[in-house]
Design a protein around this ligand. Structure first.
Ligand code: EPZ
Length: 426
């Protein structure tokens, strides 16, 4: 397995381009199933996860063309040849489950493996299934598969989610756009990725209003057409490099990052003493190495609150801050797996249930580490950039799921970071 070796202590100076958002791209890819015409996604991140989704779509009948030079993915679902998403494809990546709604809406039936839990928590899909049932689908769960049918089509419904779920909001949208009649979704997630999905669906001819608020209204249409749509900038990638620049010190422009999508994280950085400001079509992050960061308390929340996908990276920063930081994780029940790994670098962290208390230390010292999920892994890179000496991050495949050209982007700003390939690492 590849690993990443970082020699900490080099400040970051330069420009880091921010690519399209993985968590938007995956749902936009699922939307390609809704139309018999080609769907072209521009600013498409080339990641293990988006490649994996493309493969799954291909097994369902979608013709796939990656146009590398222009970061474009062309998907053409002229005909759906299979409505089955098997266990292996959904188990490896939960977002694969998102093909259920579009298949149900377009083909009238689908059989999709239940995704099961993952390292960060149980992550059920009950809200997704309740939404489809409300739209008139018959759903049975047999041998680990969701078998859903709406042979005469889905019908519009009013769905009031008991709590905010990004995935359930998006999945209900993906089904309701082709339902007969009107759908009202209440207590919806407000993430920028939801707006991106609505923009893409509307450009395909859907009638979606209210995305970005807590109530989304959808008028079903009979058919959707093709589209060319740019994937929204990845706020989590941008936030991660902002944390990296803060950790290592220096002066970095995150080009293409959307300031308005990162409010809670930018406030956190400012409170920590890091300089952040909008600059052109990007965000500039600056920190003098001589100034120690302040400890800041924060808790994760649905958008516009502090994103759970940046909690690990922010914890890495707080390990070196001056004082005690209290961090509460409210979205996933088991999302502190990075804490014992950060401790290997000398961090002082106590975890009590969904709260972590981090007592900042003057410096971290490099060590071999590994993590069990994407954001936890990248938090170790953030810490490693600031730590004294060498940090080796194992299980790099987690990073490849969500960060394209991670080493190259950091190297270009002066970081000492290299990937050792499996044959070299053995
Ligand atoms: C999305 O997951 C993202 N994944 C996650 O990013 C992100 O952490 C999360 O939203 C929150 O922002 C993708 O977009 C592919 P939820 P999702 O439904 O949609 C519970 C990353 O690192 N829940 O908003 O699965 C759930 O267990 C990933 O890129 C139910 O109980 O998140 C969680 O506790 C990790 N029943 C909470 O709701 C349901 O039917 C919020 O989850 C659905 C969710």
């Amino acid at each position: 397995m590849d690993r990443i070796v970082i020699t900490g202590g080099a400040p970051l100076n330069g420009t880091i381009p921010i690519f399209g958002a993985k968590n938007s791209a995956l749902k936009l890819q699922a939307a390609a199933l809704l139309s018999a015409d080609p769907v072209m996604l521009e600013n498409m991140p080339d990641l293990a996860d988006t490649r994996f989704m493309a493969q799954l779509l291909n097994t369902l009948g979608v013709e796939i063309t990656w146009i590398k030079e222009t970061h474009t993915l062309r998907m053409h679902a002229a005909e759906i040849v299979s409505t089955i998403a098997p266990y292996d494809q959904v188990r490896k990546m939960r977002a694969s489950f998102n093909v259920l709604g579009p298949l149900l809406a377009r083909a009238g039936h689908a059989t999709v493996s239940l995704p099961g839990g993952c390292a960060i928590g149980a992550r059920p899909v009950d809200l997704h299934l309740k939404a489809f049932e409300a739209m008139g689908a018959d759903i049975v769960i047999e041998q680990g598969y969701v078998k859903a049918a709406a042979l005469r089509g889905l019908k519009g419904a009013e769905i009031d989610f008991p709590f905010v779920s990004v995935g359930a909001t998006e999945h209900a949208m993906l089904a309701a756009v082709l339902a007969h009649g009107d759908t009202v979704l209440k207590n919806t997630a407000r993430e920028p990725e939801i707006i991106d999905l609505a923009d893409c669906l509307n450009a395909m001819g859907a009638k979606v209003e209210g995305a970005g608020t807590s109530e989304i209204r959808i008028k079903g249409v009979a058919k959707l057409s093709g589209v060319k749509h740019p994937v929204v900038a990845d706020r989590i990638e941008a936030g991660t490099y902002a944390m990296a620049a803060a950790a290592a010190g220096g002066n970095v422009l995150l080009s293409g990052a959307r300031f308005e999508h990162l409010g809670a994280m930018l406030k956190f950085l400012r409170d920590a003493g890091v300089r952040v400001e909008a600059e052109g079509r990007g965000i500039r992050v600056q920190r003098k190495l001589t100034d120690r960061m302040n400890a800041v308390d924060f808790e994760t929340e649905p958008f516009p609150g502090f994103p759970t996908d940046l909690q690990a990276q922010a914890m890495a920063l707080m390990c070196m801050a001056d004082g005690v930081s209290r961090i509460k994780e409210t979205i996933f029940e088991n999302r502190f797996m990075h804490a014992p790994e950060l401790a290997r670098l000398g961090a002082k962290i106590e975890v009590h249930g969904n709260e972590a208390v981090v007592t900042g230390v003057p410096k971290l010292v490099g060590a071999p580490v590994m993590a069990t999920d994407l954001r936890a892994s990248v938090s170790l890179v953030v810490a490693g950039l600031a730590a004294e000496g060498e940090t080796t991050v194992n299980r790099v495949y987690h990073l490849d799921r969500g960060f394209e050209k991670l080493e190259a982007k950091l190297q270009a700003c002066g970081a000492q970071i290299v990937r050792e390939r499996e044959d070299q690492a053995a």
